[in-house]
Design a protein around this ligand. Structure first.
Ligand SMILES: Cc1ncc(COP(=O)(O)O)c(C=O)c1O
Length: 437
């Protein structure tokens, strides 16, 4: 039989289907976050890599009673197909949740999705042809970059500073795309406690960014899974609250309730809603009815706002532990963001260290992070890394940062003696096999 895929060491094809894939499949590659998952999830490794929410504070006993009640009392509805639009009572409740960030949408314009990840996929599917440009913060959420790549859209990054996306950088990016005859479809932005940078878009910049996008007739896709996780309980007016016609707002219960239920939503301009629903229908027919009912029941019967306060407090303690450990242990020359909410700190290391090349040594030292390169579509980020403080306990965070600081100090010593890590790639140790990690 003819070998279709690239050969392995023995000359055999690794993937006999290689030539059959559609062109768009070429853009689908495992993210650096996923590639790390199996090693980083070993108990001896302190993982500052993943973005898993901390669920220990959820009221599991009362939730299981509610869920059992739903199946025994309303099982014939809960276990049945539903509409692609989502359950009406949940869409009403979603509008109440969005009201906390000044968004006053109509429940008819809400489309319930399988996590906001699916909403991102739907939006890209209905707006992007191959070769279209999506503007996104640099760095940006790895799952969004994967979706854009899967639809063969080209990402152009727009710079950020401590106040989030920089309006002048947005103007320049748009002008450069226009000069090059590129078609920009939308700006994808995570204004609050950004993943991965941890920064928040300053309120005065919000209106300016909307004006720039409107002037260039570019849609805004506002992804806001962390907006209610401000450590002082603070919220910011959503972009959608300032412009209902040109913003698609994406929300999620993954960070404020339960990621495993996979319930998120899109609030679309009225004209867009129908296309979004058709795209959602062709992907999943409808979002899972039981999961929607669980979320709806939880919102109706539990103190969900109190629960969010408790999440804020937990994450704040963990953020504080991480910042204190960075201050105490990290070598001079490193800088990092100070997030006011969310899950992530973004660290920049001194010249000479390549965070992607350093990762195997960090994992050998039993600590994991995500190299900055995973958050750029254009190869930048080798002097950056994302550290998550959401999942490990404060003690583990402190220990993880201490281990990482030791690796980084060694790396800096090596760089001073032998030159930058990037020039030594290939000669260093490989990612350890799981049993030696
Ligand atoms: C910025 C951002 N958008 C979307 C998602 C996907 O969330 P969901 O669980 O709702 O699909 C994540 C998950 O980490 C995220 O960080």
């Amino acid at each position: 039989m003819t070998s279709l895929g690239p050969p392995d060491d023995t000359g055999r094809s690794l993937d006999p289907h290689l030539r059959r894939y559609a062109a768009r499949a070429a853009g689908m590659t495992a993210s650096e976050v996923r590639a790390l998952f199996s090693v980083a999830s070993r108990p001896e490794v302190v993982s500052l890599a993943g973005g898993m929410p901390n669920l220990t504070a959820l009221p599991l006993d009362s939730l299981s009673t509610e869920i059992a009640g739903l199946v025994s009392g309303e099982g014939l509805v809960a276990l049945q197909y539903g509409s692609a639009h989502g359950l009406p009572e949940l869409r009403d409740q979603i509008c109440e949740v969005m009201g906390l960030e000044e968004v006053h949408g109509h429940p008819d314009d809400v489309v319930v999705t399988v996590g906001s990840q699916m909403a991102l996929d739907m939006v890209t599917r209905i707006f992007c042809d191959p070769g279209d440009v999506v503007l996104a913060e640099g760095p940006s959420y790895v799952g969004a970059l994967g979706t854009f790549a899967a639809y063969q859209a080209d990402v152009v990054h727009v710079g950020m500073d401590a106040d989030g996306l920089v309006p002048d950088a947005l103007r320049e990016a748009l002008a450069a795309c226009e000069r090059a005859g590129r078609r920009v479809k939308f700006l994808y932005t995570i204004p609050n406690f950004q993943n991965p940078a941890g920064v928040t878009l300053a309120v005065p910049r919000r209106a300016e960014i909307l004006e720039i996008c409107a002037a260039h007739r570019v849609l805004v896709v506002e992804d806001n899974p962390y907006g209610l996780l401000g450590f002082d309980g603070q919220t910011y007016p959503a972009l959608r609250s300032m412009d209902a016609d040109n913003v698609v707002y994406l929300g999620s219960f993954s960070k404020t309730f339960a990621a495993g239920l996979r319930v998120g939503w899109a609030l679309a301009p009225h004209a867009v809603r129908e296309k979004l629903m058709l795209a959602a229908e062709s992907a999943t027919l409808c979002p899972p009815t039981l999961n929607q009912m669980i979320v709806s029941r939880y919102l109706a019967t539990h103190d969900w706002k109190g629960q969010i306060k408790s999440f804020q407090q937990t994450y704040r303690e963990r953020r504080d532990a991480m910042l204190a450990a960075l201050e105490q242990h990290f070598p001079p020359g490193c800088t990092w963001t100070v997030p006011a909410g969310g899950f992530f700190v973004w660290v920049t290391v001194p010249e000479g260290v390549d965070t992607k090349a350093m990762l195997p040594r960090a994992v050998t030292a039993r600590v994991a992070y995500v190299s900055g390169t995973g958050f750029y579509a254009d190869g930048l980020g080798s002097r950056q890394m994302r550290l998550s403080f959401c999942y490990p306990t404060p003690e583990r965070i402190t220990e993880g940062v201490r281990r990482l600081a030791a690796v980084l100090s060694d790396e800096l010593d090596l760089a001073r003696t032998f030159g930058p890590t990037s020039q030594r790639i290939g000669s260093g140790p490989q990612v350890p096999a799981p049993d030696t990690a």
